[in-house]
Design a protein around this ligand. Structure first.
Ligand SMILES: *Cc1c(COP(=O)(O)O)cnc(C)c1O
Length: 369
């Protein structure tokens, strides 16, 4: 790999293929795979990633919002796309782009039926979400009769799937809670299927659900973080390869005298002579201020260099006192070895937040395949 000459996020399609193959190996051959590519495919590049996965015969895609789905359509994605959290104001655009809405309560169900009817749609595919314990979005179990009656009254829509979302699939201490969610989902799915007289697809598992609850894969699974290389546990991480490597370079090296300070608000003051390196990456690139003041670090020549003082908008300064390095050297912020998960932990957050936060001004470079 050529050395980085600026800040860039390198995305390894071979690693993506490895992760997809691994996830598939955990499924029955007839279980469908929905690739979750919301939030720029977790901060990578939704169009590139979806195009690649479309060639690998992923059955379904999911995004959070309508405009994310429109971008995929404009980039040549022809597979079905579920919009997990659509807003009614965008329903016409959703229909114009053949996107499929999650309908999660009576209000949005009726709003969608009204727009679909006005657009002369028949059997428009929709997905019905049930709340089984996350208490975020979804109909409740007591809505089953209302829902089936409403759906049967209109020809505008057809229920393509019934789904729910697990609250703590990665946490085995919450196994009982999760099994309860799964049991509740089964009950709901049974009664809806009976009432509708046809069989929508059923799905409840995200990545950790796939890994920890093989009995709950139903007809389809929805994976995001696993595709991008994280298994959410030390044991499962071994089966995955992080697809993203965030790189930058050293712009300038300073020798800082004892008692001098580094950066804004003089947040770091030395008690001995140190060597600092200034890097062209800051909070506007997704390295938040919570990584500053010695919590977060980068890797230079295989050694950890902690962040000195406050993170600036476009720069950080790191401590390279004991690292043999010079201006222009490559710096790894995270990658397959120094993982985004480990860096996120230093700021009390999770890989999901760090990787989805890498801003659009960071250049993406695709490698592999
Ligand atoms: C984001 C999301 C997923 C993907 O979860 P991962 O843990 O990244 O696999 C699945 N389902 C829903 C409803 C989501 O919002």
């Amino acid at each position: 790999m050529p050395k980085a000459q600026e800040t860039l996020l390198e995305i390894d399609l071979n690693a993506l293929k490895h992760n997809f193959d691994h996830l598939k190996s955990r499924l029955n051959s007839n279980t469908k795979f929905m690739a979750v590519v919301k939030a720029f495919a977790y901060g990578s590049d939704a169009c590139e990633i979806a195009n690649y996965l479309q060639k690998l015969e992923v059955e379904y895609f999911a995004v959070a919002f309508v405009h994310e789905g429109v971008q995929l359509r404009n980039a040549g994605i022809t597979k079905p796309i579920l919009v997990l959290h659509p807003q009614a104001a965008n329903f016409k655009i959703l229909i114009d782009n053949c996107l499929e809405p999650n309908l999660y309560n009576a209000k949005i169900l009726n709003q969608f039926i009204a727009v679909a009817s006005a657009e002369n749609q028949t059997n428009y595919p929709v997905h019905i979400k049930f709340n089984t314990g996350l208490n975020r979005l979804g109909f409740s179990e007591t809505d089953v009769d209302y829902l089936s009656t409403t759906v049967k009254k209109t020809t505008a829509i057809t229920v393509k799937s019934i789904f729910s979302h697990l609250a703590a699939s990665e946490d085995l201490n919450e196994k009982e809670f999760t099994l309860n969610q799964i049991a509740k989902f089964k009950r709901i799915a049974d009664s809806i299927t009976k009432a509708l007289n046809y069989k929508p697809l059923l799905h409840i598992c995200n990545t950790s659900g796939i890994l920890n609850y093989p009995e709950a894969h139903f007809d389809m699974v929805r994976s995001g973080i696993g595709l991008y290389g994280f298994g959410n546990s030390a044991k499962e991480n071994k089966n995955f390869k992080p697809i993203g490597t965030l790189k930058t370079i050293i712009s300038q090296i300073h020798t800082i005298q004892k008692g001098d300070s580094v950066g804004y608000n003089r947040a770091y003051t030395t008690d001995s002579v140190i060597k600092s390196a200034t890097l062209p990456i800051g909070h506007a690139d997704g390295i938040g201020r919570q990584y500053g003041k010695g919590k977060g670090y980068v890797i230079i020549n295989n050694q950890k260099a902690p962040i000195l003082g406050n993170v600036c908008m476009d720069m950080i300064m790191v401590n390279v006192t004991d690292i043999d390095c010079e201006e222009g050297d490559e710096v790894i912020v995270f990658g397959p070895n120094a993982t985004a998960e480990a860096l996120a932990e230093t700021a009390n957050t999770i890989s999901y937040e760090l990787i989805t936060g890498i801003s659009q001004r960071v250049k993406r470079l695709f490698v592999g395949q």
